[in-house]
Design a protein around this ligand. Sequence first.
Ligand code: NDP
Length: 243
Amino acid sequence: MNTNNKLIVITGASSGFGLEIAKEFAKDGYPLLLLARRVEKMEALQLPHTICRKVDVSDKQEFEAAVREAEAEYGKTELIVNNAGVMLLGDIATQDAQEWKTMLDVNVMGVMNGMQIVMNDMKERQSGTIINVSSIAGVQPFGNHAAYCASKFGVTGLTRVARGEMSPYNVRVLSIMPGAVSTELLGHTSDQAIIDGYNDWKESVGAVNITASDVAKTIKYAYELPQSVSLREIIITDTKQDA
Ligand code: NDP
């Protein structure tokens, strides 16, 4: 382990962006805490200096317990990537309200839990970085994305407020807003016609080449800039994404 590297907490590290972010930071010997519900997927990575815990980010108590355990081993959290999220696309006129609630609980409450768990220590130390994974759907509308947009516009808004509140303490609060990238995310939508329509659009415009690894490398780049440099908001899409 590179002893200059401090603890990095990554939520939603069992697939997609989170898994690639974990691999990217592990290459440089950062100590990691990986959180998600499917702990076996994170353990299977066998990354060095890494603690994996089964945590639902909407449960603040279990989330905080895992962070404190990792901090006892590796020292205070220097970076948290609040990446865990769900996208359950649907027509607001007919979609089951439970799907809205799941998205708001995970995508908004999960991010706020993560921030509150680390931000007081960061303020005290006058150091630290919080990177929230929003979405391009956190700044512009897309059809069948009403509740998802509500959650991601929420992440954009809360991140902007926190950035202002944390800047006097030298703590960076950033958001990254990816466009469509192939991961497991779309697969949880319960309406097959919406899934097919989404995939047809991506393929018809050719927005199929950006990868989760591209997003992970961008997050690492933003983190490794000097503490005095804040890449406040990053919109990253496939060049061929037209919306
Ligand atoms: P994946 O579905 O591949 O990954 C989502 C991750 O979140 C999984 O590790 C999942 O783990 C975890 N997760 C879901 N619910 C919870 C929960 N309640 N508690 C803890 N972990 C949870 O999708 P992506 O990698 O694509 O998504 C990552 C983030 O990026 C999300 O916030 C998503 O909204 C955002 N995003 C994705 C885009 C894309 O096109 N892929 C575009 C823009 C933003 P587990 O199920 O094991 O708990």
